[in-house]
Ligand binder design. Sequence first.
Ligand SMILES: Nc1nc2c(ncn2[C@@H]2O[C@H](COP(=O)(O)OP(=O)(O)OP(=O)(O)O)[C@@H](O)[C@H]2O)c(=O)[nH]1
Ligand SMILES: [Mg+2]
Length: 333
Amino acid sequence: MADTPIDDDDAEPADPWQLLDDLDSADELAEAEGMPAGRSATGQPAAGQHSGFVALAGRPNVGKSSLTNAIVGEKVTIVSPRPQTTRHEIRGVLTRSDAQLVLVDTPGVHKPKTEMGRRLNRTAFEAREDTDATVLVVDASKGVGGPGDARLMASMPDDVVVAINKIDRLPPERILAAISSADALARRFEKGSPEFFPVSARTGQGVPELVDHLVGRLPEGPLWYPEDQVRDSSEAFWVAELVREQLLATAREELPHSIATRCVELNWPYIEVEILVERISQKGMVIGQGGENLKRAGIGARKLLPKGTHLELKVKVNRDWQRKDAELDKLGY
Ligand SMILES: Nc1nc2c(ncn2[C@@H]2O[C@H](COP(=O)(O)OP(=O)(O)OP(=O)(O)O)[C@@H](O)[C@H]2O)c(=O)[nH]1
Ligand SMILES: [Mg+2]
């Protein structure tokens, strides 16, 4: 199924929301055919066509999602200055005439303090299984090679691709130093054939070179997604993510971790998203004085949705949901 052009202002407002959960049906089909879930092809490979899956892994906040969006050329995964923005395995699809590259964006690997944190780490590692290549994304502006990067490098394949991101924040000599640090890190863990790409997800610098390299790594294969599809998440999931992105942009301290969103009704143009927080005091922070914060989040999210969308946001307290298995299961973490 083709993806819905949800951020296209000229999108036909008739019913842009097709409520099929693509991934589920594709996975069921794949499993029935004895293929790994998430790997159902949409057709036979054309001669010389390459395709495959590439995971982006790294510490929180290094720019994995920003880089995924920069590679795909569209917003397919949310981004924020708060760590642990990405909480699921998110796929973005770049289709060119010669290849289809499926990027697998993953949660940032960190030292977990809650059950949610442990689950995010698990998701991050599992998402890398069965991919054709892994990109370790590091933040050049923070210094490459600290304990977090080292832990990740230890788990990387021999032919890891290291994307040294945020080079727009550095003078040239510090970029060279960051590449050297990444090289030293790869040697420390005895990677036989690492590759290094200095990039800026923000300006796009170095991104085409990285994409060409990744495409070059793909085996011959079929299209895994229709040519015009750029992300694989359901519309309900995507709307909830867009709302969470808006809230994260202004949330401070503990609040970002305590916020979860879920779409409870999607009957276009009416969409209702529930915002979960862990404590009553947080409810007030999300709503803001006179409802100001919630209103701002609603306006921001609506800008990314089809014209005419009626978006209703409701805030609910669900005490300590981050630590409760049943709640985490319900949220799909
Ligand atoms: N200056 C600069 N900032 C960047 C770049 N890439 C990402 N950022 C910023 O870094 C912050 C984190 O970006 P994300 O893409 O959400 O990082 P992430 O690695 O996906 O983070 P998690 O999902 O929390 O693991 C955001 O404020 C981005 O705008 C870059 O190339 N240059
Ligand atoms: Mg992310």
